[in-house]
Design a protein around this ligand. Structure first.
Ligand SMILES: Cc1ncc(COP(=O)(O)O)c(C=O)c1O
Length: 462
């Protein structure tokens, strides 16, 4: 473009004026943008659990890139590995060709994650995001079984592409599809009927009744903790019963660990506590460790029946992601020390949230590990508290069909001091929105008291 010679040289150009404003986002970025509406700062740098904004403000991060930053922002060990690799002239993009970083990642993932857990999975690179992993899992389940139907759970969230949306619960997101979402049905998640109905009663009956008119599904897809759907957490015994039901009826079990995996619940896979071995596992978000895009689909070897190239995509071989993923596995998963620390700090987080919840009638702690929050009696309270927390310098989001749960998801590397600061901000924001807490005396209204004894599992998650 030719310079505008009519413009006085000391007059700020439109681009220099825009450099410090948010007008360009309003002008040309699509209406679909969302997080920036609640957190309108323009962010510049970040380290660990702290993010800096252009206006000089600093924010404590209880959001962690929606679970993509389990090891915090710019972890120095991962950053060094990445910068060294880039400076060495290492290949960045390679589709699914052989590369040294991919070899190292697969070797490390096998040796640090799969073998110590006695897990035998083939590793598929389905595309860069969680929804790519879910799509590949659904396709493979249909191909292997020759059946079309997939069952998923009330309030599930599995991604935004059409297959993943078809197994997602949220009506606003589903309506965005613009066409009927078929070949899937919803069944009740753990405790959907608050204990009034026996688990899997309906499913057991209809699957065993050739006159029920219910076709046998190819697969059931489940999250151990419903990260977007309101932080309900499945009990280990419920997951075991689900796994047994799938085995008994020849239905594949897909465990979507996109959000709850990579250590978020205090173990690498969120299903480890239950002892189940899913047929297919979806992983993404924090698998690269650095916020770089990457996803895996783990497949029981006998189910790996793809034709070469039957599922592919341009961005499945980001070597920068392999490099940081390998560094993260070596740094944090060589032994149980890191996971034990996560479990200890998760107990502190649950205790802090339980203390806040105990001051408000009807408030309960939900979730598991570092994927936890508070559901207040008034559904609109969580969004207001998140907004008040932002004003006080904390990034914390909401979850659930009505955004009724205040959702905390700090980096797993957060310090105890930072954790306490964040909990204090949530307490102050809650008091600002709901009024001063009222404690009703010993034992009467303290929820999640089990977690105060060190069990990082909230009351509603049983
Ligand atoms: C459980 C679960 N599955 C799938 C996805 C989709 O992942 P992505 O946003 O990377 O497509 C998400 C995203 O939040 C998720 O929480």
């Amino acid at each position: 473009m030719r310079p505008n010679t009519a413009m006085p040289t000391d007059h700020p150009t439109s681009s220099s004026m825009e450099a410090s404003s948010t007008s360009v986002f309003d002008d040309i970025e699509s209406q679909v943008r969302s997080y920036c509406r609640n957190w309108p700062a323009t962010f510049t740098t970040a380290s660990g659990s702290t993010i800096q904004a252009e206006d000089g403000r600093s924010y404590l991060d209880f959001f962690a890139g929606a679970g993509a930053l389990n090891y915090g922002h710019n972890h120095p060990v991962l950053l060094d590995a990445l910068v060294d690799y880039l400076r060495s002239g290492g290949i960045v993009h390679a589709l699914d060709m052989h590369t040294a970083p991919k070899r190292e990642f697969l070797t490390t993932f096998r040796d640090r994650i799969l073998r110590p857990r006695d897990l035998d999975y083939k590793v598929m690179f389905p595309g860069p995001t969680g929804t790519n992993s879910v799509e590949s899992a659904l396709k493979l389940a249909r191909k292997v079984t020759g059946r079309q139907h997939i069952l998923s759970f009330t309030n599930a969230f599995h991604g935004m592409t059409l297959g993943a949306l078809s197994v997602t619960g949220n009506s606003m997101k589903r309506n965005g599809a613009g066409l009927p979402l078929t070949n899937s049905s919803k069944i009740p998640y753990d405790d959907y009927f608050s204990g009034a109905t026996e688990d899997f009663l309906w499913l057991e009956r209809v699957l065993g009744d050739s006159g029920s008119g219910v076709d046998k599904p190819a697969a059931i897809i489940v999250e151990s903790v419903q990260g977007e759907g309101g932080l309900s957490a499945a009990r280990p015994e419920w997951l075991r019963a689900l796994s047994e039901l799938c085995r008994a009826h020849g239905i594949l079990l897909i465990l979507d660990d996109v959000q709850a995996g990579c250590g978020r619940t205090g173990e690498f896979f969120s299903f480890e506590e239950s002892g189940i071995v899913p047929d297919i596992v979806c992983l993404s978000k924090s698998i690269s460790g650095f916020g770089l895009s990457m996803a895996l689909t783990l497949i029981r070897p006998e189910l790996d029946q793809w034709e070469p190239g039957e599922h592919n995509g341009t961005f499945r071989g980001q070597n920068t992601s392999f490099v940081t993923a390998t560094a993260a596995l070596n740094q944090f998963w060589a032994d149980d020390e890191f996971a034990a620390g996560v479990r200890a700090r998760a107990a502190e987080l649950h205790a802090g949230l339980a203390q806040i919840a105990s001051g408000y009638d009807g408030a309960v702690v939900k979730g598991r590990g570092f994927l936890t929050g508070i559901k207040f009696a008034e559904p609109s309270a969580a969004s207001k508290i998140a907004a008040a927390a932002y004003e006080r310098g904390l990034l914390v989001e909401t979850s659930g069909p009505e955004d009724e749960v205040l959702k905390t998801m700090p980096a797993l590397t957060i310090s105890s001091d930072e954790l306490v600061s964040g909990i204090d901000i949530i307490a102050a924001a809650s008091a600002e929105v709901l009024g001063a807490p009222v404690y009703r005396g010993e034992g009467s209204d303290v929820r999640g008291s089990d977690v105060l004894d060190g069990d990082p599992r909230g009351e509603e998650s049983k």
